[in-house]
Design a binder for this molecule. Structure first.
Ligand SMILES: Cc1cc2nc3c(=O)[nH]c(=O)nc-3n(C[C@H](O)[C@H](O)[C@H](O)COP(=O)(O)OP(=O)(O)OC[C@H]3O[C@@H](n4cnc5c(N)ncnc54)[C@H](O)[C@@H]3O)c2cc1C
Length: 591
């Protein structure tokens, strides 16, 4: 009976996932055809600013500059969000669809050995709202010292501060959050709000959410701005048009044709930590030798694409409970959960995966008032919970590893307490694979190439082991999953060598690539690309260091700052001019 019930749930889950991804595929094509129908794209139109990429940063900048009076052309490679994308629980299902760039790293030498071909999948939003449309919505400001040297005047980007973000405290959760927090208290960790009164410590998560729905930056574009703003979706920007060292516009492909648009005051690249360095290199700004090899005319020799950093995590499904706490498929598929979401904005459909998070110092970090080097994220779920239907695919876990390690726990209570490396010493790079703008770039994060990163993550796992020894965690029968990770069978379980091997096999991205056009290397503190005129970069690529936490809030703060600087440094001369009305089709998601 038990197995039969699980079989039914497995079938319904697989069917729902299949139908949802097909729904996204169909509606994406429909969106493109609609653009063909409403198309009114003209060549050589003139704007004050052209902004490339409508993601976290691009949408915010667009709003701020358009409401200031500038005429703006916003070019976005993806489409408009279809209905149902606001449902937080569906976030992982947006990956591997046309709304995701579906990037993948090159095979990693020191890491990702338990992933298909040793490659890490890097989802990234290709849609109005960019990655804020498919992220897990966690709101984390970061430690104040993260910003000390390069952004001391940061302002939290939330509504109450005049910022754009809608933030909500964690609503629905499985109950695991309270148990974990009690356990952490036993370990003398501070419990409070790391976005407010605490610099390090733990809390129930805060989310980028409004009335139970995802809040993403595309929502800033739907109202108020129509006269000053032209948006072209499904517009793939190929390069910045440079006249000597001055950016004068961009070249883009839309509707299978090539267009050019001209800017008077500037081109602002907000195409993300991968898209922006790619565009700069295609435009002749980047490492001289690399560009010459690809026969790209070099305009400025800068370390574009270098210093790629990302938060790395491990520990998925490592903890088992003897009590039934966790996100169950049965409760999420229950029709009452759907009604609760649609009518009241409550229930498991408002859940995006993480219940508790926090930061702390590894045992090697003696100064506890310094920037923390580890984060913990607690998820009442893991790869085995969904029977390999969603997360296995999303994370690129190999079939063999899934079958041997995760599948045996399909019907058990596994949870994830994942340590995250906050300040990796390993640095990677992004290079062009060719001079064709439609080819994906070569992404090499060089994960764990610096051995200190492995040591810090082992420290994180030791902390998790201490946590499950607390009375709170013992009350739910928490133990470590003692099966050897495939590939690490020769090491003694729980030895340092074993954990080294485990981390090198189960190396997962925390989805925060940054630093590929760092302030100080590629752009100055005014976000201007060195040695050029009228060319700016504003997105995760400019971070000189990674913040101590999930980075969407930091990207938002950067965009707000850049808008203030650009508004201050340029004057609005044409305040009465309206934008030429392009493909100005707005869909206001309302699900
Ligand atoms: C799965 C996942 C979960 C995450 N979860 C969280 C979380 O819970 N909390 C958190 O704080 N952070 C999270 N993040 C990270 C965070 O969302 C991103 O770091 C942030 O959104 C990056 O913003 P951005 O403006 O730099 O880039 P993006 O938001 O990615 O915007 C770039 C935009 O540029 C467009 N573009 C790119 N190239 C071109 C081109 N050539 N022509 C036209 N348009 C182009 C893209 O389509 C995209 O819309 C997550 C990320 C992922 C992938």
């Amino acid at each position: 009976m038990f197995l039969f019930l699980h079989f039914i749930i497995f079938t319904i889950t697989s069917l729902s996932v299949f139908m949802f991804s097909n729904y996204l595929n169909v509606i994406y094509i429909f969106d493109i055809y609609k653009q063909w129908f409403f198309n009114d794209i003209h060549d050589f139109q003139l704007y004050d600013f052209i902004i490339v990429g409508a993601g976290t940063a691009g949408a915010i900048l667009t709003k701020r500059l358009a409401e200031h009076g500038y005429t703006i052309l916003l070019l976005e490679a993806g489409g408009v969000a279809p209905p149902f994308l606001d449902i937080p629980l569906l976030a992982p299902l947006i990956q591997n669809t046309p709304y995701d760039w579906q990037y993948i790293t090159v095979p990693q030498q020191n890491a990702c050995k338990g992933l298909k071909n040793n490659q890490s999948k890097w989802p990234m939003g290709k849609i109005l709202g960019g990655t804020s449309r498919l992220n897990y919505m966690l709101y984390v400001r970061g430690h104040p010292l993260d910003y000390k040297d390069w952004f001391p005047d940061f302002i939290e980007p939330i509504k109450g501060n005049g910022g754009p973000m809608h933030i909500t405290d964690l609503g629905w959760n499985t109950g695991l959050a309270d148990i974990i927090l009690k356990g952490l208290q036993e370990l003398h960790q501070d419990i409070g709000n790391i976005n407010d009164n605490l610099k390090t410590g733990f809390m129930k998560t805060q989310l980028s959410m409004e009335n139970g729905k995802r809040w993403s930056t595309d929502k800033l574009l739907y109202k108020y701005l129509k006269t000053k703003l032209s948006i072209i979706t499904h517009a793939h920007v190929e390069k910045v048009l440079m006249q000597s060292n001055r950016a004068i516009g961009v070249q883009f492909i839309a509707l299978n044709k090539t267009f050019k648009a001209i800017s008077k005051k500037g081109v602002i690249l907000c195409a993300g930590a991968i898209g922006t360095p790619k565009l700069l290199m295609l435009s002749g700004i980047g490492p001289k030798k690399h560009l010459e090899n690809l026969k790209i005319n070099v305009i400025n020799d800068l370390p574009v694409g270098q210093h790629l950093v990302d938060h790395v995590l491990t520990g998925i499904d490592l903890i088992m409970l003897n009590t039934s706490i966790g996100l169950s498929m049965a409760s999420t598929l229950n029709p009452m959960s759907a009604l609760n979401y649609f009518f009241f904005g409550k229930g498991p459909w408002t859940f995006s995966g993480v219940e508790v998070l926090g930061t702390f110092h590894s045992s090697t970090q003696k100064n506890k008032s310094d920037i923390p080097d580890l984060q913990i994220m607690v998820m009442p779920l893991g790869l085995s919970r969904d029977n390999g239907v969603v997360l296995k695919e999303a994370m690129g876990i190999s079939e063999k590893v899934y079958k041997e390690y995760f599948a045996p726990n399909s019907y058990k209570n596994t949870i994830t307490i994942a340590p995250v490396l906050l300040h990796p010493k390993s640095k990677g790079e992004i290079k062009l694979s060719s001079n064709n703008s439609l080819d994906p770039p070569l992404i090499d994060p060089k994960y764990l190439s610096n051995k200190d990163d492995i040591a810090t993550l082992i420290d994180g796992l030791q902390f998790v082991k201490k946590l499950i020894e607390t009375n709170a965690m013992k009350s739910v029968g928490a133990t470590i999953y003692k099966k050897h990770y495939p590939g690490c069978e020769n090491e003694i379980f729980d030895s340092t060598k074993y954990w080294e091997c485990y981390i090198q096999h189960l190396t997962l991205t925390s989805y925060h690539p940054a630093g590929t056009c760092r302030i100080g290397d590629v752009v100055d503190e005014m976000f201007k690309v060195y040695g050029t005129k009228n060319l700016y970069v504003v997105d995760a690529s400019v971070f000189p260091v990674l913040p101590s936490g999930n980075i969407n809030a930091a990207v938002t703060m950067i965009a707000e700052k850049a808008a203030r600087i650009i508004k201050h440094n340029t004057k609005v001369y044409m305040s009465h001019t309206e934008c030429h009305k392009l493909y100005n089709y707005y869909y206001i998601p309302n699900d």
